[in-house]
Design a protein around this ligand. Structure first.
Ligand SMILES: O=C[C@H](O)[C@@H](O)CC(=O)C(=O)O
Ligand SMILES: [Zn+2]
Length: 280
């Protein structure tokens, strides 16, 4: 099965301020996640998270290990979170089949050897967005839907940031080693995510924007709160947020995004907020 693999190194905030647009995009943007019958992986040295996409169309796609991991199988020392943003599909983990519908998630525990992904209907393929992090122990593989999720309403239409934060694969919902993932849906007319913005130097984060209407875009903000930079992002692209960076975005239309974190703690509320008037 073809696996497209790319490695990214970590960067220092004092260097980052000198990056031009192209360099910023090379270091932090993951421009393409989904390609038919292919596993696409980007390994960042920021907390060693792997960000990727798997879109099975004609074939059953197997998640295989890559040379860089020097492991017998992908999840030998890792845990995995998957959220399906496409049509219905299945994920078979060591012989057990999990049906994963649109906007449903699966946590796959460390030590799972055989992971196979399929689409139910190739004319409406499943699109599994994935985050994976090193894991110190094995927790059970579990499916999580919005019914089991921790659902939080945040923001208001007056500040253009009314949204629903679905905590899917997070502490309190399931057991994980360091990975946490969820999905935030913006209400029609609301365009700002994660505003007021925050940092959490205990954890890195990756955002993946989807349901961005055709010809629209999301302007993603990153950097230390007093030294921000922007990356214009399109549908189904991801961005790596180092531990020193805030992560927030504004769309030219409403959209949905998946956030995923790895690092020092599992405390979602451990954030250092920055108010809009404090940003530079
Ligand atoms: O650390 C937490 C993450 O940045 C997101 O969950 C924030 C988010 O979805 C939002 O406010 O819209
Ligand atoms: Zn965050």
């Amino acid at each position: 099965m073809p696996t497209e693999f790319e490695e990214r190194f970590a960067s220092h905030p004092s260097d980052y301020v000198n990056y031009d647009t192209d360099r910023l995009r090379e270091e932090f943007l993951v421009p393409k996640l989904f390609e038919a019958d292919t596993v696409r992986l980007t390994y960042t040295h920021v907390d060693r998270m792997i960000v990727g996409g798997i879109m099975p169309v004609e074939k059953t796609v197997q998640l295989e290990t890559v040379e860089a991991l020097r492991s017998e199988y992908f999840l030998e020392r890792r845990e995995l979170g998957l959220i399906n943003i496409g049509g219905s599909g299945t994920v078979e983990v060591d012989g057990k089949v999990h049906e994963i519908g649109h906007k449903e998630a699966l946590y796959v525990g460390r030590g799972s050897v055989d992971v196979k992904l399929r689409s139910a209907d190739k004319s409406k393929p499943a699109k599994f967005y994935l985050n994976s992090a090193p894991a110190h122990c094995a927790y059970p593989t579990v499916k999580v839907t919005k019914l089991e999720a921790n659902v939080m309403e945040r923001g208001a239409s007056e500040t253009c940031n009314q949204r629903v934060i679905n905590q899917l694969l997070v502490n309190g919902v399931i057991q994980t080693c360091q990975l946490q993932m969820g999905m935030t849906e913006l209400a029609p007319g609301s365009v700002w995510n994660t505003m007021p913005a925050h940092t959490h130097s205990r954890r890195m984060e990756a955002y993946m924007y989807f349901n961005v209407p055709e010809d629209q875009a999301v302007c993603h903000f990153m950097g230390p709160p007093q030294h921000t930079r922007t990356l214009w992002m399109h549908n189904e692209q991801a961005v790596i947020s180092p531990t020193w960076s805030l992560h927030s975005g504004v769309g030219t239309a409403n959209y949905t995004f998946i956030w995923g974190m790895a690092g020092e703690n599992l405390d979602y509320d451990d954030m250092d907020f920055v108010q809009p008037h404090e940003l530079r």
